[in-house]
Write a protein that binds this ligand. Structure first.
Ligand SMILES: [Zn+2]
Length: 506
């Protein structure tokens, strides 16, 4: 069984999760579920980034100590992610002792392997409190952070511990271009290679007189800079530095947003190299959820609450919509109109209608029992083609492409029902042809349940249950070739995507 360790970015514990964060977690969860379906031994990590300045501010505004605040936020975030059906195996928080140990051990590893990579110097620059970092020239437009155009940059000067990032640039270019360390999609890889080729500056990795953080080993007046601390979470969760952490490390995949590629594709691999540790295999940087063409943000007043998006048509529909319409590669638009359109066209009238009609006919004409028929109709061939296309797309993390492959089969199957008109076959007593049609439709639903399961786990479970499949034994991907539905007792289901629910929530 191949090990597959994947992670998402950890969120700042300063406010409720938003739709952009939800997209990332849903996308990573679809990848995790797909890898499990393919038989991998998946370890899926999510968690919270709890040491930032913004956390201290939020705690002050709410008049509670920072620890109490982050405890409260961690519960809220995990509740939201459970409602979004995230199937993470571990939940890390950077205030946990296991994380502090790993941060200390990683710094110890750098000291041991590359002592010259750590030094003390004065830092002077423009600081963005939204990013929690000093911004470089290229990250500033009109005197403001390109990620946070509504916030003021603050001039800061202090004596800090530094990490000699500049020493690692050339080797990182080589590792990325050779594919040993993969940065995807290509547009992000090209950005990072350009940035590396322009040359790197050394970075400050501590803050003085900022008590909310991990004390810098050997210098209690300093805490470890929040980003340096946060990146190490991926390693902390493996049990590092205890023996056995290599069972999980290196990670197969870090899923992040495109705004933090510099940290994940430059700083993090350089830290690991310096400490003599292997690099993650791949970083995938998704785009942003936009609202009418602009980045959704609370500061700009264009944020849709995750709560309202979840309530609109339920978690499965939100997962589907975000990954199909917004996608997991470039930026994509969110509007209520498109959400409602796709809910009706793709889900209610598409997959939902196909499932209701097929299962209703099985019950009406064959008391729900799937006859033994050969696996050779044009719809079976379309199903096998869709499975292959789906896997090809999903293997390269093209989640939208995976959904398109599945929905091409939905369209083909609804067309098949019109063409074969099983009700006419029943009326005319053409029993063998009717068995063939109903059998191939049952196999088609089984294949769709497989393909849909990483995206809409609740819907897939209802479909499988209606097909008489035993939930105790989870479906294997290979079963899609010859779905074991013959002789199964199927039953009708209530609409998977009711339209009246939609009317009620608008
Ligand atoms: Zn910023």
């Amino acid at each position: 069984m191949a090990k597959f360790y994947l992670t998402t970015a950890i969120d700042y514990a300063n406010a409720d999760p938003h739709l952009g964060q939800a997209l990332e977690k849903i996308g990573a969860d679809a990848i995790a579920r797909y890898r499990r379906l393919r038989g991998d031994d998946v370890h899926f990590l999510m968690g919270m980034d709890e040491h930032s300045q913004s956390v201290v501010q939020a705690a002050e505004e709410n008049q509670v100590p920072p620890q109490e605040w982050v405890d409260r936020m961690a519960v809220r975030f995990e509740e939201f992610y459970q409602r979004l059906e995230c199937s993470h195996n571990d939940w890390i928080r950077t205030t946990e002792p296991r994380h502090r140990r790993a941060v200390e051990a990683l710094l110890g590893g750098i000291r041991e392997h590359n002592p010259d990579d750590l030094f003390i110097d004065t830092y002077e620059g423009l600081y963005c409190s939204g990013c929690e970092e000093f911004k470089q020239e290229s990250q500033i437009a009109d005197g403001r952070c390109t990620e946070h155009p509504t916030l003021d940059l603050v001039p800061k000067k202090e004596e800090n511990h530094f990490f000699r990032l500049s020493r690692h640039g050339a080797e990182l270019v080589r590792l990325i271009q050779s594919g040993e360390f993969q940065v995807e999609p290509a547009i992000r890889r090209n950005e990072i290679v350009r940035l590396l080729e322009d040359g790197l500056q050394d970075i400050s990795i501590s803050r003085s007189r900022f008590p909310w953080g991990i004390p810098f080993p050997g210098d209690p007046d300093h805490t470890v800079y929040v980003w340096f601390d946060a990146l190490i979470n991926y390693l902390s969760a493996t049990g590092f530095p205890d023996a056995g952490y290599e069972r999980l490390w290196p990670a197969q995949l870090h899923v992040i947003g495109k705004g933090i590629t510099r940290f994940h594709c430059v700083v993090w691999p350089a830290m690991l190299r310096s400490a003599g540790l292997p690099l993650p295999r791949k970083v995938w940087a998704h785009g942003y959820v936009q609202w009418e063409g602009a980045k959704m943000s609370k500061t700009a007043g264009t944020a849709i609450s995750l709560e309202s998006a979840l309530e609109r048509h339920g978690p499965d529909s939100l997962r589907y919509f975000l990954l199909r319409e917004v996608g997991f590669e470039a930026d994509g638009n969110f509007t209520w109109e498109r959400f409602d359109e796709r809910y009706v066209a793709d889900l209610a009238d598409g997959l939902g209608n196909l499932a209701s009609r097929s299962l209703a006919m099985l019950v009406k004409y064959r008391e729900g029992v799937v006859s033994t028929t050969e696996n050779t109709t044009s719809l079976d061939q379309a199903g096998l083609d869709a499975l292959e296309q789906y896997a090809t797309r999903m293997d390269v993390l093209d989640l939208r492409g995976g959904l398109e492959a599945a929905w091409s089969l939905v369209g083909r199957a609804n067309q098949y029902i019109v063409e074969t008109a099983p009700w006419t076959l029943a009326k005319e007593g053409r029993g063998a042809e009717l068995d063939t049609a109903l059998g191939t439709l049952a196999r088609c639903l089984y294949r769709l349940a497989l393909m849909v399961s990483p995206f809409m786990p609740g819907t897939a479970a209802r479909l499988r249950d209606a097909l008489g499949q035993d939930e105790a034994s989870p479906a294997a991907w290979e079963s899609g070739v010859a779905p074991p539905v013959e002789g199964s007792r199927t039953r009708r289901i209530q609409a998977l995507f009711p339209k009246e629910q939609r009317a009620k929530t608008i």
